[in-house]
Ligand binder design. Structure first.
Ligand code: FAD
Ligand code: SF4
Ligand code: SF4
Length: 657
């Protein structure tokens, strides 16, 4: 006969304020199989766990029910307590009386208490049918895939590779570096972005444990933690990188000019191009959308001037496969398109630019030789208005979040403007100044004192043209009146948003994303770099806006997670997986179709004992199965069993309720 122990947690006031915990204990004691029931303030604490361990031994318990918070929080903790007392950890059931009762029924303590009692009865009934289960061991492929070669991807790849774990780094554009390669000096120390970034880029290219695959994208990911298989499309570069020396003769002679993405379209690049002088790899690619030879079969000038014969117009996209054990997604951010701000005249007035355009202008290697200029007439501006929170924190425009970095980089822009144009003045319209970081407040103070930047607290309501000036009308909350500032140039700190392709990538990887397209972490506080899919991690702005220090910290955290995952040759996996009873299986293969993890294949087995004829049945790869139960639900022959959620367990619960 089963002997069940029930442990009901107060969770401080979380449960106890809304559920009458002693009553739940008394109700549990009335169940025939319950041989011990008790409550405690914090069951997950050391004394709480010790109570469980002691009771298992003293009352010779055969299964345990902990009525507390979500199993996502502490199931592992309690399983370990069972193990430590010599009990199979899967003889535990968690009744979630916090999220499922106290938190959602705060206005009705009586009903919440009754519901908690029901949840405990169900868990007790289920636990009686629990079986001993054992963790599954799966082999691990010790190679990581990093998607995105900005500073997040670079840092993660270097840290993993330094631990002598091979890394495949896939970057969509022709060079790694990401947005950081476009920045001039960086807050809060004003060190040159390129100077601190390029050595890391070079390290990536020369690292014996890193395989860099630029100009490529991941198009498929199958498998499961420790054993993923990725398909990667290498876009045709039309340049043979092995023979190309990077001399540049080709792009110097190419007659086609198109807007230069690296310089935010301020100047032009050629149809064959290297994105920027310090690009890694430093080899050109041909932009097939603009190359006259590829479009019309005419030209080929680059091929004529290439002494190495490296140009190959016949090159095609190539798909390669890599087996990997873990993935770090580091696909970064884009700037929000401010066109919905009609009142600012975005798109109408040439002298309104965004923050990355300003960043490129003031960069020493930028398209204007390091000076800000007015796009309308090429003159150097003296009065520059910076507007923060353009898109960010503006529910009406669809973005509620704070972009987090604009307060800081706008202060930086005021300093850079002052350094470049000594007799200039910056006017900054702002909602708040959010400068929470080491040395950040000091940096903003420096911008205000050193440059004389005028900070005006309020939203801009309108921008209109007057002669060759832009008139910026807004509020000055400090003076409590409307102000109008005459500007030569207006710089918009537009919201930081994920790339529009992020949701498609998330679906491809099988991970979730929020309403903006940012990829979602497994838990905002306790698992901030993991996704809900085991073995897939997030680094940098693909998850949310971040500055460089925060991005680098998160990337290193991802690397630590990957190294931890690869610490052994095999990995332990929960045994809650499905198995097929071949005798009952009709071979309809509905389960194969419904399984979201492609964990089910088919096999042919003899029709009967010793028979030569065969029939097809389903077979589950327990390493791939995630225990979602979809196959169990679809199987009409009732041939599939999910360990930990067997029919007797579920029926017991239903009967109890
Ligand atoms: P990114 O730099 O965006 O890199 C992402 C990379 O992933 C890119 O190379 C991209 O091509 C690649 N990619 C995207 N999708 C895919 C895909 N599907 N497959 C493969 N590759 C893909 N921070 C500071 O700390 N100090 C500063 O002074 C500072 N100044 C800034 C000024 C401005 C105007 C702005 C807008 C930002 C500034 N930042 C600053 C923030 C800084 O740019 C970011 O913190 C940093 O770039 C984030 O790095 P990341 O790797 O997450 O993203
Ligand atoms: Fe490479 Fe040839 Fe172009 Fe020189 S001319 S950069 S070798 S492709
Ligand atoms: Fe606005 Fe500052 Fe947040 Fe940027 S970081 S959205 S400027 S409050």
């Amino acid at each position: 006969m089963a002997r069940v122990g029930v442990f009901v947690c107060f969770c401080g006031a979380n449960i106890a304020d809304f559920v009458d915990v002693p009553t739940v204990v008394e109700e549990a004691k009335k169940i025939r199989e319950v041989k011990f029931a008790v409550d405690y303030k914090y069951m997950c604490s050391d004394p709480g766990q010790q109570m469980i361990r002691d009771a298992i031994v003293q009352y010779r318990l055969t299964s345990i029910v902990v009525a507390a918070c979500s199993p996502r929080m502490h199931e592992k903790t309690f399983r370990k307590a069972l193990s430590d007392a010599g009990m199979n950890p899967y003889l535990l059931e968690v009744a979630n009386i916090r999220e499922h009762s106290s938190w959602v029924h705060q206005k009705d303590k009586k009903a919440a208490t009754e519901k908690a009692g029901d949840l405990v009865r169900m868990a007790v009934a289920k636990s009686i049918a629990n079986e001993q289960l054992h963790e599954i061991s799966v082999p691990v492929t010790k190679r990581a895939l990093v998607i995105g070669g900005g500073i997040a991807g670079i840092q993660a790849a270097l840290d993993i590779a330094d631990a002598r774990i091979p890394v495949t780094l896939v970057e969509r554009s022709p060079s790694i570096g990401g947005r950081m390669a476009q920045l001039d000096e960086t807050f809060p120390t004003l060190d040159c972005s390129q100077c601190i970034l390029t050595p890391k880029m070079v390290d990536v290219a020369s690292h014996p444990y890193i395989e860099l695959i630029p100009y490529s994208e991941v198009i498929e990911l199958n498998g499961y933690v420790g054993n993923y298989k990725a398909r990667i499309r290498k876009k045709a570069s039309y340049v043979n990188f092995k023979s190309c020396t990077g001399c540049g003769a080709c792009w110097q002679k190419c007659p086609v000019k198109v807007p230069n993405e690296y310089n935010m379209g301020i100047d032009k690049r050629k149809a064959i191009y290297t994105p920027f002088p310090q690009a890694v790899p430093n080899k050109p690619v041909i932009d097939a959308e603009h190359c006259t030879m590829l479009l019309k079969g005419k030209c080929g000038i680059c091929a004529k001037f290439c002494e190495k014969g490296a140009i190959d117009f016949k090159m095609v996209d190539e798909v390669i496969e890599r087996e990997i054990g873990a993935v770090v997604v580091a696909t970064g951010y884009d700037l929000w398109d401010a066109t919905p701000y009609e009142e600012y005249g975005v798109g109408r007035y040439k002298d309104i630019i965004n923050s990355l355009e300003f960043e490129r202008m003031v960069s020493a290697n930028g398209p204007t030789g390091g000076l800000p200029i007015r796009p309308s007439d090429g003159k150097v501006p003296k009065s520059v208005v910076f507007i923060k929170c353009v898109g960010s924190r503006d529910k009406a425009k669809g973005i509620e979040f704070c972009s987090k970095i604009c307060c800081m980089y706008t202060a930086k822009h005021a300093i850079l403007l002052h350094h470049k144009v000594h007799d200039s003045r910056a006017y900054i319209f702002y909602m708040d100044i959010r400068a929470a970081g080491k040395g950040y407040e000091e940096f903003v103070n420096r911008a205000q004192v050193e440059t004389g930047a005028v900070y005006l607290r309020g939203r801009v309501s309108k921008i209109y043209q007057k002669g060759d000036k832009l008139m910026v009308r807004g509020e000055d909350g400090n003076l409590g009146q409307e102000v109008e500032v005459e500007a030569d140039l207006v710089v918009l700190a537009t919201a930081i948003v994920p790339y529009k392709e992020n949701p498609a990538l998330a679906r491809l990887l099988g991970i979730s994303y929020d309403k903006y397209g940012y990829l979602s972490e497994a838990h905002p506080k306790l698992r901030p770099v993991e996704t809900a899919k085991a073995g897939i991690f997030l680094a940098g702005c693909t998850q949310a806006p971040k500055d460089i220090p925060e991005t680098v910290a998160q990337a290193s955290a991802c690397a630590a997670k990957v190294c931890g995952l690869f610490a052994g040759d095999t990995m332990k996996k929960d045994p809650m997986v499905s198995t097929v009873n071949k005798e009952f299986c009709s071979g309809c293969q509905n389960c194969v179709t419904v399984c979201p993890y492609q964990a089910i294949v088919t096999e042919d087995i003899p029709l009967g004992h010793g028979a030569k004829e065969t029939r097809t049945v389903a077979k589950i790869n327990e390493g791939v199965c995630q225990g979602c139960g979809s196959c169990v639900a679809i199987c009409r022959s009732m041939a599939i069993n999910l360990a930990g959620f067997t029919d007797p367990q579920i029926i017991n619960e239903i009967v109890a309720i």
